[in-house]
Design a protein around this ligand. Structure first.
Ligand code: AMP
Length: 357
């Protein structure tokens, strides 16, 4: 196995070739590190900016072995890496964050139990494997509640809100009668996230807390500062750091939180760089992408200090058409992902608007 820190000229393998992989590759290039992207989709955005890429299935053991042999360390831009893929890679090369963390965070039930076991509050939840379980869960949690598939849910997919017991059966069918959790509906006043980096030496660095607003279940805007009290922000940072420590995490992770009064409840963990951290690129000493690359490569983490107030807005689908206007807007930093087709609901880019403090 390779020795850390990886010197400049080393190669970081990245599973996944979307915009997050692309921004990770750009950050690596800034530090003189090369990237090799592995992704099954032809024309993936990250392929354009990496030293090398492999376009093959995540189940292709031969392609995975060749990929592992060509890189010094492997990381990923998405959490649903199949367990078998992580195992094949892990046998051949250092993988960060560890495959065991993926296994926990891929399943909403194991994830929630893990968080609870650290003494960190989550919404009340119950395991649901049948319609009977769902009725029992509703008796416990009350309505409204939210039914979520245990695996493969994102941006509101695999989720159904249940307003009354009469809606239980329809919700169970709507999520495909799959193993699920039911969660008490949280009357939150805001959603925020913690973006925390942890290095191979155990040092952590946390960015300021963004306030996140969603539209159609997709992140629309992240604003910093969040407007939360200093004490609540401190509590949020501590949750991020505690979770990173308890996973023995290496890299950047995001923790999504519900704010209820002065309480914080963890909604979910993303074991990767996160859309709500894209503003760090324009407003901070270092971006979340640079921090992730530094951590994975065994480098010291950089400062996370922020020098401007900032608002990050996603460009979804046809919103890309405004690119020329956005490119001409003073104080706006435009970042486009190079995706060929602007399908509905697809993240095409983002714009960071800096404000005088
Ligand atoms: P998730 O896929 O779990 O991140 O959920 C997507 C969005 O649905 C969240 O960002 C919230 O806006 C909303 N949501 C999820 N779970 C709950 C809950 N238990 N109570 C209220 N809103 C929720």
């Amino acid at each position: 196995m390779v020795a850390f820190p990886l010197p400049p000229g080393s190669t970081i393998g990245i599973l996944g070739g979307g915009q997050l992989g692309r921004m990770l590759a750009l950050a690596a290039a800034k530090l003189g590190l090369k990237t090799h992207i592995y992704c099954p989709e032809a024309g993936s955005p990250a392929f354009d900016v990496a030293a090398d890429f492999t376009c093959a299935a995540y189940e292709d053991a031969e392609a995975l072995s060749r990929f592992a042999a060509s890189v010094d360390v492997v990381t990923y831009e998405f959490e649903n890496v199949p367990g078998q893929t992580a195992a094949i890679l892990g046998a051949a090369v250092a993988v960060a964050p560890a495959a065991s963390i993926l296994a926990i965070t891929q399943d909403r039930l194991t994830e929630k139990r893990f968080i609870e076991a650290q003494g960190i509050p989550v919404p009340a939840f119950a395991n649901v494997e049948s319609l009977d379980d769902l009725h029992a869960a509703m008796a416990l949690l009350g309505t409204p509640c939210v039914l979520k598939t245990r695996t493969m849910g994102y941006d509101g997919k695999g989720q159904a809100k249940i307003m009354s017991p009469a809606e239980a059966e329809a919700a169970w069918h709507a999520i495909g009668r799959k193993p699920a959790i039911a969660e008490a509906f949280v009357p939150f006043s805001a959603e925020v996230s913690v973006i925390v980096a942890r290095g191979r030496d155990g040092q952590t660095a946390v960015f300021d807390i963004p306030l996140n607003e969603h539209r159609n279940h997709i992140l629309h805007r992240s604003s910093v500062p969040s407007g939360l009290s200093e004490a609540t922000e401190k509590a949020a940072r501590e949750i991020g750091q505690k979770l990173a420590q308890s996973f023995d995490y290496v890299g950047v992770m995001a923790v999504e939180l519900f704010v209820v009064g002065d309480r914080l409840l963890v909604n979910e963990i993303a074991p990767r760089v996160h859309n709500s951290g894209h503003w760090t690129e324009s407003a901070c000493m270092s971006s979340q992408f640079e921090q992730h690359i530094r951590a994975v490569a065994g480098w010291p983490l950089a400062a996370t200090e922020r020098f401007a107030d900032v608002e990050m807005t996603n460009l979804i689908g046809a919103e890309l058409e405004d690119w020329a206007k956005l490119a001409a807007e003073p104080g706006a930093a435009l970042h486009l992902y190079g995706k060929a087709e602007a399908r509905q609901g697809r993240k095409m880019g983002h714009v960071n608007r800096l404000k005088q403090r």
